[in-house]
Design a protein around this ligand. Structure first.
Ligand code: ACO
Length: 702
C-alpha cells in the first residue's frame, strides 16, 4: 500500500491551509465538516489572521505547526498555491488535497505543472486540484466542503466531477447504496484513477470500486492497475472525445472511435461498464455486498405471481437464461409449498407456503450445489409482513451452511417494504424495487466472475519475431521522407512479425516482371508500388488473374500509364508481382493509435460488411489468441466464419493467430506505426490457413 496515498486517504492529522473564520467560505466549511462528521485525529487550521477556528488552535503558517502533519487540504486562491505547496513540503507534509480551482481546467497548465513539480521535490503527492475533497466513513473524515459523509457501506467512489460526487453522496441515502470512501480527483494533476485503484485494491474497507470517468490520462497504466485489481470495478464513462477519425488516412481510422475503444479497454481490463447513473448505483450495490457468481445456474424463488415472468424475461435479456432445477431439488422444494406451487425455475413458493415454508425453501435451495446464485422476489400481500419475510430470507441464508454464492432480492410494495429493504441492505443483501433489477444484479455478479477469469491473460508476445528488421525497413522509408510504407515494405514488416503475407516481389522492368511472375507461378496479380498512390484500385493500378507472359507485359504498361495519368509526378518504386491467392472469405484487420490507450486492433469481415455495415470490433493491443477467437464471435456476421449455408467453417484458429501477431506488431512498433491495414485477408477452410493479400502502414509523425 502506497504510504503517501495512505497519508492522504487515512491521515493521522490534517491541516486546512486557507481555513477561514467566515462561515460562508470553503476554508471554514472544511474545518466544520471535519469536526461535525466526527474526525477524531488532530486538525490544524492555517490562517495568518485567526487564533482559533471552531475550537481548533490556528497557525499563521503550516511551518509553525509543532506536530507531524500527514495531509493538508488547500483552500487558498490559485495564485498562492505554489508557495503553500513549498511551505507544506518544507514542513514535511506527506500529501495535499487541493480543492482550489483555476488550473488546467481554465487553461493554466503551467501553474498546475509547477505545483506538481514543487510537491514532487518534497516527495509529496497531490489529489486534485479543482476538487470537493476526500470523504471516508471508516475514519469519520469529511475533508470536503460537502456537509455529510455518504451512507455507510463498502464501496469506494472515485469521481472526476465534483458536483456529481456531491449529488451522489446525497443520493446514497435515498438509494441506500453504501460507500466507505468518496474521492474527488478533479484535474488528476498528479494522482489519477490508476494510482487510486492500486491503493483501494489493498484497502480493507473497500470491497468494490466505482468510477465516474470523463477521461483517462494514461490508458495502458489504467488497464494495468485495473487488471491487477482483485476487487470489482464499475465505470460510468461520460463523453467521447474527438478521435480525429474523419481525418484518418486508413480504413481502420475511420471506423475507430473513442467510445468503442474505452468499451473494449474496460472489458479487457475486467472493468464493468455502467449504462447510466442508476445502473452505476445498482451494480455498486450488488458488487460491494455480494461475491461473484461462479457458474450459470440461477435459481429464482418467487412468492407468487407475475414477478416470475418478468424475472424470467430479465434472466434471458441479461445473459443468464433460466434452466429447470434438477429433479431432486424440485422434489425437496415441493415439500415446502402447497400443491399449487411450482418447484421448477422460477420456484413459486406461493403465499400459501407461510413464513416457515418460505424459510425452508430458500434455505434448502441456497445450500444446494446446483445453485450458483439466487434471486428472491417478493410482492407485498395483506397476509404477509415484509419485515418477517426479510428476516426469514436472512436467517435462511445464514442457517443454510452455504456461503460464497451471491443473492439479490426484490421487494415490491409500499412503505412496509421500504423498511424491509433498508433492513436487508443493512444486512448486506442487495435489494431492489423491481424483479428485473435483482436479476440484472446477479448477471453483473456473473459477468464479474467471467471478467476476472479473463482479465489477466491478455498479454502476448509471439516468438521468432524480427523487430530489428521491421524497424530497419521503416527507417529506410523515413530517410526517403515517406509518411507511409509501400505495399511491398509493409508486407516485409508484417512478415517480420510472423504474419502470413502472400508472396510478393518488386519488379523494376517489364523483363524483371516476367521473370518474377514465372518464379511465383501463374496466375498472378500486378499492382503499382508508389508512396503517392495509396488507393491503387482507384488509380486503375491493379490487374488480377494474369495468366501468361503476354499478360504480364500488357499489364506492366497499362498499370504504369494509369498510375501516371492518376498522378503525373507520382514517385514509382516499381510493380509488385504477387501470387493470385484463391478466393475465400475476406476479412480486414487493422490498427489505429488511440490517444488514450495507444494501438488498437480492428477486425471485421471485408467488402460490404466493413464498407456499409461497419460490422467491426476493436481491442486494445496486444491481445492473445483466445481474444483473437473471441473477436471473431463479436461481429454480427460471425456465422459466416463459423460456416453457414453449406459452407465449411473457416480457419478461425489461424485467423486468431494472425490477430494476436498483428496486435503485438502494432504494440511493439507503436512509436512507428500510426495506422495500418491488412485488407483483404483471405481466410480459407479450417486447417488451410490465412493469406494477407494487401498491406498498408502509415507512419507516425516524428
Ligand atoms: N495561508 C493561509 N491562509 C491564507 C493564505 C495563506 N498563504 N492566503 C490566504 N489565506 C486565507 C485567507 O485569509 C482567507 O481566510 P479569511 O476568510 O479568514 O480571511 C482564506 O485563506 C481563503 O482565502 P480567500 O482569499 O478568502 O479565498 P476564497 O475563500 O474566496 O476562495 C477558494 C478560495 C475556495 C480556494 C477559491 O479560490 C476556489 O478555488 N473556489 C472553487 C473551489 C471549487 O469549487 N472546487 C471544486 C471544483 S469541483 C465542482 O465542480 C463543484
Amino acid at each position: 500500500m502506497d504510504p503517501i496515498i495512505n497519508a492522504i486517504l487515512k491521515p493521522k492529522s490534517i491541516a486546512v491551509i486557507g481555513a477561514s473564520t467566515n462561515p460562508d467560505k470553503i476554508g471554514y466549511k472544511v474545518v466544520e465538516n471535519l469536526k461535525e462528521c466526527g474526525y477524531k485525529n488532530p486538525v490544524y487550521p492555517i490562517n495568518p489572521d485567526a487564533d482559533e477556528i471552531l475550537g481548533y488552535k490556528c497557525y499563521a503558517n503550516i511551518k509553525d505547526v509543532p506536530y507531524v502533519v500527514d495531509m493538508a487540504v488547500v483552500t487558498v486562491p490559485a495564485r498562492f498555491v505554489s508557495q503553500i505547496t513549498r511551505d507544506a513540503g518544507e514542513k514535511g507534509v506527506k500529501g495535499l488535497s487541493i480543492i482550489t480551482s483555476g488550473f488546467s481546467e481554465v487553461g493554466d497548465h503551467a501553474l498546475e505543472e509547477e505545483v506538481v513539480q514543487i510537491a514532487h521535490e518534497y516527495g509529496m503527492r497531490i489529489i486534485g486540484p479543482n476538487i470537493i475533497g476526500v470523504l471516508s466513513n471508516s475514519d469519520k473524515m469529511n475533508a470536503s466542503f460537502y456537509n455529510y459523509l455518504p451512507y455507510e457501506g463498502k464501496a469506494a467512489l472515485i469521481s472526476q466531477s465534483g458536483a456529481l460526487l456531491i449529488a451522489m453522496a446525497a443520493a446514497t441515502y435515498t438509494r441506500r447504496v453504501g460507500f466507505d470512501k468518496m474521492i474527488s480527483i478533479g484535474n488528476q494533476a498528479d494522482l489519477d484513477f490508476a494510482d487510486l485503484i492500486s491503493y483501494l485494491n489493498e484497502d480493507e474497507f473497500t470491497t468494490c470500486i466505482t468510477l465516474y470517468i470523463e477521461g483517462i490520462k494514461d490508458g495502458p497504466r489504467f488497464m494495468e492497475e485495473a487488471r491487477k485489481c482483485k476487487k470489482p470495478i464499475i465505470a460510468l464513462k461520460a463523453g467521447t472525445s474527438a478521435h480525429g477519425a474523419a481525418a484518418a488516412a486508413s480504413h481502420t481510422g475511420s471506423l475507430a472511435g473513442s467510445a468503442k475503444v474505452y468499451q473494449s479497454a474496460f472489458e479487457q481490463a475486467g472493468v464493468a461498464q455502467a449504462d447510466d447513473l442508476n445502473d452505476m448505483f445498482d451494480q455498486t450495490l450488488a458488487l460491494s455486498l455480494q461475491p461473484p457468481m461462479k457458474g450459470d445456474n440461477l435459481l429464482i424463488v418467487i412468492y407468487g405471481g407475475g414477478v416470475g415472468v418478468l424475472a424470467t424475461d430479465a434472466a434471458e435479456k441479461y445473459g443468464l437464461p433460466l434452466k429447470f432445477a434438477p429433479q431432486d431439488v424440485q422434489e425437496e422444494l415441493k415439500k415446502h409449498m402447497p400443491s399449487f406451487g411450482s418447484a421448477k425455475n422460477p420456484v413459486d413458493i406461493t403465499g400459501g407456503a407461510g413464513l416457515k415454508g418460505y424459510y425452508e425453501g430458500v434455505k434448502y435451495a441456497y445450500a444446494h450445489p446446483w445453485v450458483d446464485g439466487m434471486a428472491v422476489l417478493y410482492c407485498e400481500t395483506s397476509v404477509t409482513d415484509p419485515q418477517e419475510i426479510a428476516e426469514a430470507i436472512y436467517n435462511a441464508l445464514h442457517e443454510s451452511g452455504a456461503s460464497g454464492k451471491p443473492i439479490a432480492v426484490s421487494f415490491i410494495g409500499g412503505e412496509r417494504c421500504e423498511k424491509a429493504v433498508e433492513w436487508l441492505i443493512e444486512h448486506d443483501i442487495p435489494t431492489y424495487n423491481a424483479p428485473d433489477l435483482a436479476v440484472k444484479a446477479l448477471a453483473s455478479l456473473r459477468k464479474e466472475e467471467i471478467m476476472s477469469q479473463n482479465a489477466d491473460n491478455n498479454f502476448f508476445k509471439p516468438e521468432n519475431i524480427d523487430s530489428e528488421k521491421a524497424r530497419q525497413i521503416i527507417s529506410i522509408a523515413r530517410a526517403k521522407g515517406r509518411a507511409a510504407l509501400t505495399e511491398v515494405e509493409a508486407k516485409q514488416v508484417f512478415k517480420a512479425y510472423g504474419l502470413p503475407v502472400s508472396p510478393t516481389a518488386l519488379a523494376h522492368t517489364e523483363d524483371e516482371a516476367v521473370k518474377l511472375a514465372e518464379q511465383i507461378g501463374y496466375p498472378i496479380v500486378m499492382k503499382i508500388v508508389s508512396p503517392d498512390i495509396l488507393h491503387k484500385s482507384d488509380a486503375g493500378a491493379v490487374k488480377v488473374n494474369i495468366k501468361n507472359e503476354q499478360g504480364v507485359r500488357e499489364a506492366y504498361k497499362l498499370i504504369t500509364d494509369n498510375s501516371l495519368s492518376y498522378k503525373a509526378d507520382a514517385e514509382i518504386d516499381g510493380i509488385a508481382i504477387q501470387e493470385m491467392a484463391p478466393w475465400a472469405t475476406e476479412v480486414i484487420v487493422g490498427s489505429v493509435n488511440d490517444p488514450t490507450f495507444g494501438p488498437t486492433l480492428m477486425f471485421g469481415l471485408g467488402g460490404i460488411f466493413v464498407e456499409v455495415m461497419k460490422d467491426v470490433t476493436f481491442k486494445v493491443a496486444p491481445i492473445n489468441e483466445a481474444t483473437g477467437l473471441a473477436m471473431q464471435s463479436e461481429i454480427k456476421s460471425s456465422k459466416i466464419l463459423q460456416g453457414t449455408r453449406g459452407e465449411l467453417p473457416r480457419d478461425q484458429k489461424a485467423l486468431a493467430k494472425v490477430l494476436a501477431h498483428y496486435s503485438y506488431m502494432v504494440h511493439d512498433l507503436r512509436d512507428e506505426i500510426a495506422e495500418s491495414d491488412a485488407n483483404p485477408v483471405i481466410v480459407y477452410e479450417d486447417g488451410k490457413g490465412v493469406a494477407i493479400v494487401d498491406a498498408r502502414i502509415i507512419l507516425t509523425k516524428k
